[in-house]
Write a protein that binds this ligand. Structure first.
Ligand code: ATP
Length: 366
């Protein structure tokens, strides 16, 4: 196939067993050319194993991997046009920036006359035109990140794999690098596949995110879709903050269900398209904090769901405050809420009325 393939990378029914351990199970996805794709999941879910199979360091037990439309199962890592940036960056400390970037070109036998132009070009593109002669230890953490990416991009890969490259940075630099990485991906217009367990990194940078759990992909989607329409309770719990309750379905209607929670509350939930719900079924309920309105107790709340409680604490958070509320049952319930509509003066111990819509009450069979 030619470079005109619609997808830079396609994985079809990939499974990987290490003896009796199934690290990756029946994973399929494809990545359109020039996009930023993240694989997000908790430690041990199989992200690195999947990445190593794409790079060619491991073979799948079954399934196929295609790069630009061509199966690469028989292609060794150094012959796949895939490059990888690791968390420790793996820059050569004894070489200056120029030699670090030129190294791969020299190994590939690129004529000397072309190397300088390519190195200069990639340094311009990462907005570090003047660091060629610097030693690696003379670079900041952010500059090292960019040089590690430049060293891969100078080889013009079809796909760049990034294995938690921001993990070793301090919080402030990590925040800045998230935006930087997205801009770099855009600048090179090359497909980036980024693995992380940090949802804020994945959501900010990616065109599409795959949520991985126990070796399987639970959902692939745009960040907004994963946040607002999670397909499973795992995705709902892993992406974004949520209040969670366990309960049993009491009544099912066409577009809603009434649930009695284990803590003795009654809640009206949205029925998700295609999901079968039956009376008596065990379910888990998720409500995002920002969809809950907090008002002083005694205020009239006209909503599908209401709950009275006492303010446990108020966490100032810039534009919003998040209020933690103890619910009415013997078993304490906490609800985080973003304060809206005149409740800014809520204090610890105040009586409070929380309300939210059934439409914002996600319910998953347990
Ligand atoms: P982390 O975020 O902690 O790096 P991960 O999501 O990348 O985790 P993997 O490293 O891919 O997860 O591991 C997935 C599972 O496969 C784990 O249970 C791990 O112990 C197992 N595993 C990985 N490599 C091997 C191996 N070479 N031999 C045996 N088991 C392995």
């Amino acid at each position: 196939m030619s470079d005109q393939a619609a997808y830079d990378l396609e994985c079809t029914n990939i499974t990987k067993d290490f003896g009796s351990i199934r690290a990756v199970e029946d994973v399929s996805f494809e990545i359109p050319s020039g996009s930023f794709f993240s694989i997000l999941g908790p430690s041990g879910c199989g992200k690195t194993t999947l990445m190593r199979m794409i790079a060619g360091f491991e073979n799948p037990t079954s399934g196929d991997i295609r790069i630009k439309g061509r199966s690469v199962l028989d292609v060794p890592p150094n012959k796949r046009n895939v490059k990888m940036v690791f968390q420790h960056l793996a820059l050569f400390p004894m070489m200056n920036v120029y030699d670090n970037i030129a190294y791969g070109l020299r190994c590939a036998g690129t004529p000397k006359s072309e190397i300088e132009g390519k190195v200069r070009d990639v340094l311009d593109r990462i907005a570090l035109p003047d660091v060629a002669q610097r030693e690696i230890h003379q670079l900041s953490g952010g500059q090292k990140q960019r040089i590690a990416i430049a060293r891969c991009m100078v080889l013009d890969p079809d796909v760049l794999l990034l294995d938690e490259p921001l993990g070793a940075l301090d919080l402030k630099l990590r925040e800045a690098m998230k935006i930087e990485l997205k801009l770099l991906q855009h600048q090179f217009n090359t497909t980036f596949v980024y693995i992380t367990h940090d949802q804020s990194e994945a959501l900010v940078m990616s065109d599409h995110v795959a949520i991985m759990n126990n070796g399987r992909f639970e959902q692939i989607g745009r960040p907004e879709a994963l946040y607002h329409n999670p397909a499973t309770s795992f995705v709902a719990g892993f992406v974004g903050d949520s209040n969670r309750w366990k309960g049993k379905v009491a009544e099912v209607k066409s577009d809603s269900a009434r649930v009695e929670t284990d803590a003795g509350l009654t809640m009206i939930c949205k029925r998700r398209k295609g999901e079968e719900l039956n009376a008596g079924q065990t379910v888990e309920i998720f409500v995002r904090p920002e969809f809950i309105t907090a008002q002083k107790a005694g205020s009239a709340a006209n909503a599908d769901n209401t709950l009275t409680g006492t303010v446990d604490s108020v966490l100032f958070n810039g534009a919003n405050s998040r209020v933690l509320v103890r619910g009415p049952s013997a078993e304490l319930i906490e609800a985080d809420v973003v304060v809206t509509g005149g409740a800014e003066d809520l204090r610890q111990g105040d009586g409070v009325c929380l309300s939210w819509a059934a439409q914002q009450t996600m319910c998953f069979a347990g």
